[in-house]
Write a protein that binds this ligand. Structure first.
Ligand code: DQA
Length: 147
């Protein structure tokens, strides 16, 4: 099956961005790790990072017609602001898992509300880059076996 991994704003800076909060893995490390794990399970994973809300909205809309079976998304700061991304995910009705490197519930009050969590299959947060692995494992268990 096709899986889509989406990363929101500032995640292009992973590795150097507040490493005490977000760890030392780069976005390229995370993408390569998940692509390899998905491929080993007989699936295909495509990833996209954008700092622009409309690019992510457009990619989610396109997922409806391109065979995407599951979406993994770290909406980053858009977690706390974006009705548009929430609406796009609801519109395409593709199951998704919300991912965070940090545990937003231990942080500033404005990070404790998510526009995504109540629509997500599940939420994985607080495990650094491992959050992505755990989310991929959960998605793979919910996909039909590779053909
Ligand atoms: C984040 C948490 C968000 O609050 C923050 O705006 C981010 C990253 C995380 O992965 O921990 O950019 O989504």
């Amino acid at each position: 099956a096709q899986l889509l991994l989406l990363h929101g704003p500032n995640l292009n800076l992973l590795g150097t961005r507040e490493p005490e909060v977000y760890g030392h893995a780069t976005l390229a490390d995370i993408d390569a790790d998940l692509e390899a794990r998905a491929a080993a399970a007989g699936h295909a994973l495509e990833s996209l990072q954008s700092n622009a809300e409309h690019v992510l909205v457009n990619r989610i809309q396109a997922a409806r017609g391109d065979g995407t079976a599951f979406i993994l998304i770290n909406p980053a700061a858009f977690t706390h602001t974006s009705v548009a991304l929430r609406d796009a995910l609801a519109a395409v009705a593709i199951p998704f898992i919300e991912i965070h490197l940090s545990n937003p519930h231990t942080r500033e009050p404005f990070r404790q509300h998510s526009y995504f969590s109540d629509k997500a299959v599940g939420v994985v947060c607080g495990f650094g880059a491992d959050s992505y692995r755990y989310a991929l494992d959960a998605a793979l268990r919910r996909l039909p076996a590779a053909a």
